[in-house]
Design a protein around this ligand. Sequence first.
Ligand code: 3H9
Length: 709
Amino acid sequence: MTLSSAPETADVVQRELRGNVLVVTIDHAPVNALNAAVRRGLIDAIEAADANASVRAVLIVGAGRNFIAGADIREFGKPAAPPSLPEVCNRIERCDKPVIAAIHGAALGGGLEVALGAHYRIAVDGAKLGLPEVQLGLLPGAGGTQRSARLIGAEAALSLMLSGRHVGAQEALRLGLVDRVGQTDDVFAEGLAYAHELIATHAAPRRTKNARGLADKEASATAIAAAREETQKKSRGLLSPLKIVDCVEAAMNRPFDEGLRFEREQFLECRESPQRAGLVHAFFAERETQKSPETRDAQPRALRSVGVIGGGTMGAGIAVALLDAGLKVTMIERDDASLERGRAHIEKVYDGLIAKGRMTQEAKARALQHFNGDTKYDALADADLVIEAVFEDMAVKKAVFAELDRVCKSGAVLATNTSYLDIDEIAASIARPQDVLGLHFFSPANIMKLLEVVVPARVSAEVVATGFELAKKLKKVAVRAGVCDGFIGNRMLAVYRAAADHLMEDGASPYQIDRAVRDFGFPMGPYQVIDLAGGDIGWAARKRRAATRDPNARYVRIGDELCERGWFGQKTKRGFYRYDDGARIGTPDAEVESIIDAERKRVGVTPRTFTDEQIVRRYLAAMINEGANIVHEGIAQRPLDVDATLMHGFGFPRYRGGPMHYADTVGLDKILADIREFAKDDPRFWRASPLIVDLVARGANFASLNRAA
Ligand code: 3H9
């Protein structure tokens, strides 16, 4: 029997006999995902080891930066090619010779399942072990639910699988996921030494399926019941988390092979679900948005010290995000009192974290060592990047940029955090438009993942690449956006909120609209969001735009009516909801309903009823249609950029993959038919996007544009 691999798998799974150890190296860039060739190569390697008397042990290692990142996510949704991953793990476990997995980098999902199929496990520092399938709408489907529970017990296995978190080598050792941690980070040498030691001590194969982690039935049953209760509360709308609990219960109650069969059935159900498709789309969208023509063509500029202009909520949040990434921050405010308030805002964020036990006083002190404040722009002379977060007014912004132009060193990136002002106009007002960029953060800026990198016409590619580099340092999802009123996210928000207002004036209550939107999967409905953010913010923007609004467009005054009474939401204890006695969750307000009724009468609307489904259809059709316009105009590069924006900045449920992915799952022809139907009532508002019309005519969908880009 030969020890060399078949040609089609030889590249991705290499075998080499080192003395009496068969070293099996998975070499499938970029992350050693388990595609069909790797799976076949692994089985062949184990067959070869069993058939060759001179092999005394098998060592599985990964080439490159990882052991194995998991199943090949790109294969989901395509016809399955044999052998399956469960077969691979079972075959490894059945091997007659001891099999050792030596882990560095990621051993995630199917990657950890391969390691659990092996008989012994060693990890080195920097290893990341986990079963993150839940984040893709899946469950570990190659024996992971059965073997992990047997190996480390129900409670620890459930916690790993339900959170999807990664654990390092030391924690893996404590949990019992690995048998030892290497002394060095040379995974190959460590693994080989371990294999020789096992051979020398005549260690036999030790099969995880026989591990006794579930032997204490009472403890296991208690952990399973607790996980089920918690999951029912926390994982609203999700398919796979409860199935993970069911699988661990099966591991406790059934023989191994039956448990495996049960797991497989549950896995396949998840794999075929729209939730899996939505979450995998989200996974790739988050990675794709980081790529732009500029990041391909240009190198980012160095980023060490950053200036922040303005110490309001936004400026302070941005400062915290920068400090958290280890950058030096200088905040500029107009006078000492304002600067003091800015610093207090920052401290408040940290104190909140300390109160929740997520930060220590020492860590706060360390972070603040990198913070400086000044009232003079000259303090920014050495800044690599400056982000202004001052009042949304063109004249004020231009004055700030004139100062920056005066004091900043050549090559400094000058960014504005404006939400809707024309950045081309700001750029044109100074002598270095090539350095001016939009960096649009979302509040609270230290928490929200989204960063719109807004690209004005005259900016240099290097500056744009620096914006993306900053997002990476801040661990944010960067989305490239063009200049227009509201960029991607806020422009869409204005339209779907208007659709909600129309529904409200036409007969739905704000409470029903919020409920319908929540039931779709958003964490909050639009009126809860307004109450949380403060109704006065939108009111001020509406007043600013009143002069330029199309006088014939429908305008719903209900929000203004509430604001005129000083009902701005949570902070005034009244908005669309009442917040009596400092309550954070509002209760419906009969007075608000009478105000709505009065408005309906004033404008001559006879209220009608809407089902929750009808509400959601209008709300989403408005969102999708504007998203299509944004892609059509080139403001977003692809539909997936719109998806990432809505998921990370506006609470769109990740398991539905963003509005454009969701539209594809409904069918664009149906969305178009809805828009045309709604247009019968209000043709000015409901104008089908030319992009949707074109895609439907061609029988294409949004996904085709993601692939083509
Ligand atoms: C599973 O295992 C199911 C089984 O239980 C059951 C089966 C029966 N497949 O993130 P990066 C690509 S479910 C295909 O930028 P990093 C990624 O798209 C799986 N491709 O690098 C990117 O491509 P591109 C459970 C994958 O160093 C490139 O690799 N496993 C996969 O920042 C680099 O990725 C997971 O959920 C994959 N599995 O982080 C782990 N993974 O260059 C998912 C990555 O074209 N992966 N790619 O843009 C990760 O968490 C991170 O990628 C990892 C590396 C930590 C590994």
